[in-house]
Structure formats: structure tokens, C-alpha cells
Design a protein around this ligand. Sequence first.
Ligand SMILES: Nc1ncnc2c1ncn2[C@@H]1O[C@H](COP(=O)(O)OP(=O)(O)OP(=O)(O)O)[C@@H](O)[C@H]1O
Ligand SMILES: [Mg+2]
Length: 349
Amino acid sequence: MATVLGTAAGTVGTSAAPPILDVRSLTTTIPTARGTLTVVDDVSFAVAQGECFGLVGESGSGKSMTLRSILGLIPPPGRVASGEVRHAGRDLVRLSQRELNRIRGREIAMIVQDAVSALNPVYRIGRQIGEPMLEHRIVKGARSARARAVALMAKVGIPAPEKRVDDFPHQFSGGMCQRVVIATALACDPGLLLADEPTTALDVTIQDQILKLLVALQRDLGLSLLLVTHDMGVVAQTCQRVAVMYAGQIVELVRTDALFRQPRHPYTAGLLNCVPRLDGPAVRLKPIPGAPPDLAAPPSGCRFHPRCPLATEACRSQRPELVEVAPGHFSRCIRHHEMPPDLWKRLDA
Ligand SMILES: Nc1ncnc2c1ncn2[C@@H]1O[C@H](COP(=O)(O)OP(=O)(O)OP(=O)(O)O)[C@@H](O)[C@H]1O
Ligand SMILES: [Mg+2]
């Protein structure tokens, strides 16, 4: 089903403006010896101009594959099998690698998962930040690139940038390296930033600083952000809307406040049950029992049914669609209206 979640009523902010990114029924497959895996399965969502949109889910749910599919970065023999990625009047899925090269880093930048360890240890920081500027010819010559690198380092909160621009990555702490990665992503002034777990490797204090930086950049530069995380706390702190992924599919999509107030999918409720609440009593947090399915042999019907306390025969036999259960609130659960607020607490007891 082509579920278009673009300028639907739930889009935060600019309901009149077209979204900066409109992903429609995106499906990505990887052939393996054990069969063809559908790692991104009919995924649809849209990011509004200036919005921070979150993609959240357990490890292996397809978050990174979704980001890679958007920019044509699926390693062969994997491929985008169907769907559209609309950006600035074009469908990125139909573009050649050459055409995509002109967009990557320039119009849409991506911070890959574990980007800090991808910094080149033998290149000075300034050179690494300057490289995309020279590649996309937004500056003339190394001297201008260096000057812009210094300005970007200041913008992302690196102290004494004019001194540190000639340092090497090993001379920076983890948090400062992540700031370098963000500066590199901003080098060509992209309108949209795809950030894959940009804070996961950092300790809690530094994580908080980096999230605040991303939110400030989003606000000050009018940047749109597609933020991947497995952490509901990060979603709460940064995202206006969020899509929850499970086994390659979006199972819930809604404004973040509504997601926390009233989740309409048992999987989301289970993820929220693992998040500590500052205003609640001290409780032992329980992960969702069981594990995500093997994509080579996904369960029949709803992919979450083997772990779901609400599962019925219909859940085992019918593949649920993502449907709008309230204005701007989409769920892939046929029992969304029967979800008790304490669904997982009952199991914990
Ligand atoms: N090269 C590959 N060959 C086969 N399967 C793959 C390959 N790369 C990824 N996968 C599978 O695709 C699925 C989605 O992976 P993806 O990296 O998108 O997950 P993720 O949600 O980003 O997880 P994490 O939180 O661990 O980063 C996983 O089940 C993974 O095992
Ligand atoms: Mg990932």
C-alpha cells in the first residue's frame, strides 16, 4: 500500500510548504544465501522544512538501511527495489550515482553511524572539514576552505578553532570529534542532515551537549534533520515527530508528544516502558521479552506478534497496514484501540 505521510495533518510546522524529503513506499532488499531479505519494507514518511524527525527502533530494525537507501548508498547486491525519495522536485531513487554525488554532502549531508572512527587519523582536522567544500566547489582554493573550516569549528563550539584547525583527530576528545563530524556535514550548507546515532558512543553529559548543538543548528540555520536513534530519551529531547521501526517496517508515526502520551502500538509502548521517567517512582526497567525476527523467515501476519501481549489469531494471519488512527497518528496494529495504558506493566508485575 502506498501510504503517503507527507503533508498529512500531523506534519509539524509548515503544513503549507512541501516537505524537504518525502519518502514513499521505499523497499530495499538484500539477496543472501538464506534468501532475499527485505530490510526496508514499504517505508513512507516525510520531513517538513525545519523539522527534526526521528527514526527509532531496536538494533537491526532497518534505521541505517533507510538512511542509506535515501542517498543511494546500499552496497550491492543490495538495492532499492521500489518506492520513491522525493527531494527538491526529483526522485532520488531514479538518479545515477553521478547525479547523487552532486547532492550528497551539498544538499543532503549524512553523518554515518560511528562517524568519529571514520575520521582519517593522518589528515588534519581543517583538511577533513574542507574536503567537501573543495569537492563541491563552494570555495575557491585551500586557503578559503581553511578559513571556512575555522568558522564552522567555531559554530559547532570547538574552542580556539584557529589553533585547533591544524590538529589531528587523536588530539580531540570523543565529544570534540563528534563536533568535527558535524562541522564536516555542515561544510556545504546542506538543507537536510541525516544523522545516524550521532550521540550513541558518547557519555551522557557529552551526549546532551551534542543534542543541544544539533537542536540549536536546526533552529539557527533552518536545517531539517532526520535523526536515527535507538534511544527514546534522545527522541523526547530533539524530535518534533517520530517514526518507530520494527523489522524493516514503520509501525507507528506521530508527533513526539502524542507518542509519549498515548502510544498506539504495543511495540512503542514496550520501548517507552524501558525509558526511565524523571517524574515517576524508581522502578526496574524491563526490556521487551524476546528478540526481533530473522528477516530471512519473518513471522506471518504482524511481524511483532510473537512478542506481543495483545496478539490474537488475526494478528498471526493478517498483515496489518499502517493506518491513520487519529489525525496525524499512524499505527500498524489492528488492536490499537484496545491497548491498555499499563500493557507492559502488567507483565512486569
Ligand atoms: N550486508 C548485509 N547483508 C545482509 N543483511 C544485512 C546487511 N546489512 C544489514 N543487514 C540486515 O539489515 C537489517 C537492518 O540493518 P540496519 O543496519 O539498518 O539496522 P539498524 O536499525 O540501523 O540497527 P543498529 O541500531 O544496530 O544500527 C538487519 O537485520 C541487518 O542484519
Ligand atoms: Mg544502524
